[in-house]
Ligand binder design. Structure first.
Ligand SMILES: N[C@@H](CCC(=O)N[C@@H](CS)C(=O)NCC(=O)O)C(=O)O
Length: 201
């Protein structure tokens, strides 16, 4: 399988952590791709032009990190990261959606600095910081759910939180979410997380 890959993308990390957790990482052929490169041919594998994008062994295009993760989860017989049904499934998918939302807010903030470095809109940065910090508070209110069986929810949250720490040193989210911070420290020791740490900022 070919994975369009970037070492710093939190959404790619979600897929890579999933690949490690499911024992499939050796089946991935990583193709390092910069989605912001104007000449990139990424659109051949994903018309939306985003990483991650997967091309299966059968030549099928799959994109959006959650779709790719569920596909990988369908290829192994171990403990599933996507619960099949019921409350466990909805919880896992909701936590995954919350993580994605935090990542998207963070990316909006990063792009503001990248495209308009000399005229960044502080209200836009504040708005996205507020979304991220609100999510941390919400997670703190239900921190016990993070201690349950590992699902795509925890995988996504840990991948995105790792990226938030990597990109934003000014957020101080641990002040309002000490329980989440403890959980994140423990989860970050998993081999899947250690193997996929982003490079030094
Ligand atoms: N919802 C997508 C988000 C992926 C995403 O935003 N990837 C970023 C890199 S972190 C990207 O490729 N952006 C390029 C663009 O927006 O043009 C997913 O879960 O895969």
């Amino acid at each position: 399988m070919k994975l369009r890959y970037s070492p710093t993308s939190p959404f790619v990390r979600k897929v890579m952590v999933t690949a490690h957790e499911t024992g499939l990482v050796d089946r991935l052929d990583l193709v390092t791709t910069n989605p912001w490169d104007l000449d990139t041919d990424l659109n051949k594998d994903n018309p939306v032009n985003k990483v991650p994008a997967l091309v299966t062994d059968g030549g099928e295009m799959l994109y959006d990190s959650t779709v790719i993760c569920e596909y990988l989860d369908s290829l192994h017989d171990g403990q599933k990261l996507f619960p099949a049904a019921g409350g466990a499934r909805w919880l896992a998918l909701r936590l995954n959606a919350e993580a994605d939302g935090m990542g998207e807010a963070g990316i909006r903030r990063v792009l503001e600095g990248r495209f308009w470095p000399d005229s960044q809109r502080q209200d836009w940065i504040d708005r996205n910081n507020t979304i991220i910090l609100r999510c941390f508070k919400s997670l703190e209110d239900e921190v016990d759910v993070l201690s349950g069986p590992v699902t795509i929810g925890q995988v996504a949250l840990a991948s995105i939180i790792g990226w938030i720490d990597f990109r934003f040193t000014d957020l101080n989210w641990r002040d309002d979410a000490p329980g989440v911070a403890d959980w994140f420290t423990g989860f970050s020791a998993r081999p899947s997380m250690v193997a996929t740490e982003p490079p030094e900022a």
